[in-house]
Design a protein around this ligand. Structure first.
Ligand code: FAD
Length: 310
């Protein structure tokens, strides 16, 4: 979309957004994996009002856009993204809305990190978010991915989501109308999650803290956290976890450029220095092909891959 970065367009976007706006922004600066080509525009609206204005403007002009959180599950191909990546990271509202014996509703904006949410819940003695300890994404990304660990997923704690769908007013969607599946929340036609209400319950702070510490320690033991990564690359197929399948097919340690199938955990691809998105994607393809040939199982990626090839 060569026209997206012309001067007039740039000026218009800057007028709409009081937060940061970057042009030709290298996505390796933002992605936890440290790879990725340039986005034409990387815009960070300060609040929901600016977000609504920006999305309306882009929809009207037919300019592609894509929401991102902390980019911890994202690979932008080396050819970059033609359009506007809208980062929700400035939307940081967080408060308790309703408190009763049965349930506490926690209101949070999409850019709040799971780390902040987990810490807030711990300080308030609210149970239910412990499984999120150590997942490095934002609330918006976690909802879209139906992030999960240790037997729980976002779908278990969400009460409602506010969604800005292209060409529509913001709509509050209750849990009963949200279509969650394994590592996915499906909203046909796309959209941007702006806020959510999470249903938690009062608990004992010591037991919440103990669970968070246990999970954090377990993650340190199992995951290659000293390297840059995007977490699990593949979804677990029914039966055997993807990491074990990859280990059993002898692919641990396989390297292309500086991208390596982690020796510690087969389902992680790590960036050991200056990997490129192409290296990561080439490794993904080799792993997929090998597991299919040797075990007859088709692995699907959990990481989201967007953008153009170089
Ligand atoms: C070390 C490590 C460990 C991890 N462990 C886990 C784990 O245990 N379990 C797990 O599930 N994941 C895990 N992940 C993956 C990742 O952290 C989660 O999927 C996380 O929830 C993604 O959030 P994000 O803000 O980084 O999303 P991004 O990577 O920025 O985006 C991911 C997807 O969400 C969409 N999205 C982001 N924000 C919004 C929004 N506001 N509205 C609509 N769509 C949006 C994007 O368009 C994209 O499709 C791990 C990652 C790392 C690096």
């Amino acid at each position: 979309m060569k026209h997206s970065v012309d001067e007039v367009f740039g000026r218009q976007v800057r007028q709409m957004i009081s937060g940061e706006v970057f042009f030709n922004e290298p996505m390796d600066h933002h992605a936890s994996l440290g790879v990725g080509g340039k986005a034409d525009v990387f815009a960070c609206p300060e609040n929901e009002r600016e977000l609504v204005g920006l999305v309306g403007f882009l929809v009207e002009r037919g300019i592609p856009f894509y929401p991102v959180g902390n980019c911890t599950n994202l690979v932008v191909r080396d050819g970059g993204y033609r359009g506007v990546l809208i980062s929700l990271k400035r939307l940081q509202g967080l408060e308790i809305r309703t408190d009763s014996v049965e349930e506490t509703l926690l209101y949070a904006e999409a850019g709040v990190s799971l780390a902040r949410l987990t810490e807030f819940a711990l300080q308030e003695s609210l149970a239910g978010l412990e499984f999120c300890a150590g997942i490095p994404g934002t609330l918006g990304g976690a909802l879209r991915m139906n992030a999960g660990a240790w037997g729980s997923e976002m779908k278990d704690i969400v009460s409602s989501v506010r969604l800005l769908a292209p060409g529509r007013e913001i709509e509050e969607i209750p849990r009963s109308r949200l279509s969650f599946s394994y590592r996915n929340l499906d909203f046909s036609g796309g959209g941007v999650i702006t806020t959510a209400l999470l249903a938690l319950r009062r608990g004992r702070r010591e037991s919440i803290k103990a669970r968070v510490e246990e999970i954090t320690a377990e993650r340190k033991k199992r995951h290659p956290l000293t390297f840059r990564s995007a977490g699990s690359v593949f979804k677990n197929p029914p039966g055997t976890p993807a990491g074990r399948l990859i280990e059993e097919t002898g692919l641990k340690g396989l390297r292309i450029g500086d991208a390596v199938v982690s020796e510690q955990h087969g389902n992680f691809i790590v960036n050991t220095r200056a990997a490129r998105a192409d290296d990561v994607i080439a490794l993904i393809e080799i792993v997929r092909r090998t597991v299919k040939e040797q075990r007859g199982i088709k692995l699907e990626t959990e990481v989201v891959i967007i953008g153009d090839e170089q």
